[in-house]
Design a binder for this molecule. Structure first.
Ligand SMILES: *Cc1c(COP(=O)(O)O)cnc(C)c1O
Length: 459
């Protein structure tokens, strides 16, 4: 057991030390991978050292490194080693955190880190929540709760509202919950990709006068496309006036509340009824850990509590929080340990500095892009995201879309940096999400120069 453990640790430390020299993206094609791995399940065991060697040689070398300093796509996951060790401990002790009787101290640790997150987000007591697998589950859990608490069983004429920049997990949650797709109203966004308040108000009033039942607004606290933040205070006012539920998706953006800049950008977030955030993005945790917070955790329990006969005894034990009462999961891994251990080990100030680095790196990237007229900045740095496109003079939009797609394809194939496209008002845009604190300004300038060469050869 010890030999195996040391072998694993050595692999992880080597990886951490060599990561910035490794290719970000390169993987063998599917046929090659399939030829490497496909076999009937072996009937006899093999030497574990050989199995681990295979994993090192063929598995971990054929995945993208989402914590690489030049991985700028989607939301990177710049993990940390303390938390990886915490995950190993949580697995090694195989802690069950579904019910407090079985995971007593673990439940208290999760209560503690949830309260830390509550404080970071500025929600008043007794707000609390539950750790889930990620933002998608957090949005699903929050919207299930909104539906139960706001509507009971009468949700067939109910409507929800969110902007055209909302993460796809919201639409999926709404569909899983059994709403018709038309019950989710998509409100256009303004030139800054924030929800248009006039359109929102108009849609709510129109639906109400047509006998429908507007019940929830889903606001963006950092869109994945551009880092845009919906006007949270105004949305809070609308929700108050209209007696609607206010949910905010801060999956990647909410962590910026650790900094003054983030507090300024997200003013009004403290007024939500429910909030999603993803510590596995900008709080530097390894996958997976997401979080949903609600103004009153009893709302979660109203929504999810069940009492099967075989759990009656443990669930009514009376002490501690049974987290199985707060989400669709009964069996849960001990996700809170890694956040607790890493905050204890580094201190919240280190997290604050790391988030601030991500914010300033996006501004640095924007400045670099603005210094060369071949780049068009489409949206300025916002919560660690800048969107832009290669734009040599005299090209049609169709041409530009093709060129920028080619730049992204060059990145994926090349392995120097991971930058892909998104679509902003039918324009193909590149984006840099700079939330990895190990990304240097040199990584950013080198990446922009790399993109420039790819753009020149595609034009
Ligand atoms: C990442 C993200 C999600 C989805 O979260 P997962 O952890 O991938 O399930 C939802 N909303 C926003 C704004 C995100 O950035």
């Amino acid at each position: 057991m010890r030999r195996l453990g040391y072998l694993v640790i050595d692999m992880l430390v080597d990886h951490a030390c060599e990561l910035s020299q490794k290719s970000v993206t390169r993987a063998k094609d599917r046929a090659t991978l399939s030829a490497l791995f496909r076999e009937p399940p072996p009937q006899d065991g093999q030497d574990i050292e050989a199995v681990i060697e295979t994993a090192g040689e063929h598995i971990f070398s054929n995945v993208m490194h989402v914590d690489h300093p030049r991985f700028f796509a989607f939301a990177p996951s710049p993990s940390n080693f303390v938390s990886a060790m915490a995950d190993a401990l949580a697995s090694g002790f195989n802690v069950f955190t579904g019910v407090a009787l079985e995971g007593s101290a673990a439940a208290e640790i999760e209560v503690t880190v949830l309260d830390w997150l509550r404080q970071i987000c500025g929600l008043p007591k007794p707000a609390g929540g539950v750790l889930v697998s990620g933002g998608s589950m957090a949005n699903l859990t929050a919207l299930a709760t909104a539906r139960r608490v706001a509507l009971g069983d009468e949700w067939h004429h109910a409507t929800l509202y969110s902007s055209d920049q909302t993460h796809s997990s919201v639409g999926r949650a709404v569909s899983i919950l059994g709403f018709r797709s038309s019950q989710l109203r998509t409100i256009p966004s303004d030139e800054g990709f924030r929800i248009q308040l006039d359109s929102l108000r108009k849609a709510i009033h129109q639906d109400r006068s047509n006998g429908l039942r507007p019940f929830c607004v889903v606001a963006n606290a950092g869109t994945i496309n551009t880092g845009a933040v919906d006007p949270l205070r105004d949305i809070a006012d609308i929700c108050k006036d209209e007696r609607m539920w206010f949910h905010a998706d801060g999956a990647y953006g909410a962590a910026s509340l650790l900094t003054d800049e983030g507090k300024e950008a997200l003013r009004g977030l403290e007024l939500v009824d429910s909030l999603s955030l993803d510590p596995h993005k900008w709080l530097f945790q390894p996958y997976d850990i997401g979080c949903v917070l609600v103004r009153d955790p009893r709302w979660l329990e109203e929504t999810f509590r069940v009492l099967p006969e075989y759990l009656k005894e443990v669930l009514s034990w009376g002490e501690g929080v049974n987290f199985s009462d707060r989400s669709p999961e009964l069996t849960r891994r001990f996700r809170g340990l890694k956040l607790w251990m890493s905050v204890k080990a580094f201190g919240l100030d280190a997290f604050r500095r790391a988030v601030a680095t991500g914010l300033s790196n996006a501004r640095f990237a924007e400045k670099q892009l603005r210094s060369n007229p071949v780049w068009e900045v489409l949206t300025p740095a916002s919560l660690g995201v800048v969107a832009f496109r290669y734009h040599p003079v005299g090209r049609s939009d169709t041409d530009l879309n093709r060129i920028n797609l080619a730049i992204s394809q060059r990145c994926v194939a090349g392995g120097f940096a991971m930058v892909v496209t998104t679509e902003l008002r039918n324009q193909t845009a590149l984006r840099l999400c700079t939330i990895n604190p190990r990304t240097s300004t040199e990584d950013i300038s080198d990446t922009i120069r790399y993109l420039e060469r790819a753009g020149a050869s595609a034009s």
